[in-house]
Design a protein around this ligand. Sequence first.
Ligand code: CP
Length: 316
Amino acid sequence: MFSQRHLLGIEGLSQSDITAILDLSETYVEQNRKTNKHLDVLTGLTQINMFFENSTRTQASFELAGKRLGADVMNMSMQASSIKKGETLIDTALTLNAMHPDLLVVRHPNSGAVNLLASKVNCSVLNAGDGRHEHPTQALLDALTIRRRKGRLHRLTIAICGDIAHSRVARSNIILLGKMENRIRLIAPPTLLPSGIDKLGVEVTGDMREGLKDVDVVMMLRLQRERMDGGFIPSEREYFHRFGLDDEKLAIANDDAIVMHPGPMNRGVEIDGLIADDINRSVIQEQVEMGVAVRMAAMDLLARNHKRWRVEEAMA
Ligand code: CP
């Protein structure tokens, strides 16, 4: 049974928690393909989205997910909030908490900020990405995409390529795919690998031609310029030559290997635009579709727990 109070990271989830979210997501994939997408699963509940960092996919899909499930959804404009007058993250959270939200969706540039916030509020908190730490719903939507395309989520060989060091997507995926017993290969220049990589139970190489052999899934990552404070690569042109996914490098992977990218993409830097658009190999748009379903499932499961705890607390 899924009994989590918050969704702060993949780290705290069991294999059965992950499977529960993915199984429920399947029903929402079907629901989202209907003309009438509305359900009343979250009717009467309030969802507040707080994005302290830019977002297209995550913000839009959390908003759509809440609205399709019937929640009252409020998007805080952090640029126009009292944070700009010096109010702290915690004081902002406590202020919103006093308005009795049920679900708080938070993206923040600092690793650990969302966990800290969750310890101060009464509602369920969903991490929409914190610094380099975790992006749990991204890893879950990636897992759903892989499971649907490959028919399973175990005993696959998965290459994660590019800027691993600055990527919360890579970290959440490494944890999730490891928990589900897959073989994970990281492909990156040494400057873009995090310290302590040897403790993650993954294979590591700096050579795309070696790393892409026999892989079922090729997951490309963007260079996270906003988290870099120096020269991590010689030039984008050189980077694409060595680490960018093009036809020649993709030919090394299994013939039926799928190509993934969490977005936003930098075409011609980490991926050739023609591969990104190739509907026979790329599942990038399917990842976006799965994102809405996974976020609906995560909020549905957390809201059920939230309701149960409120009843238990009232009776105690
Ligand atoms: N993948 C992802 O998190 O994209 P956004 O930054 O657009 O939300």
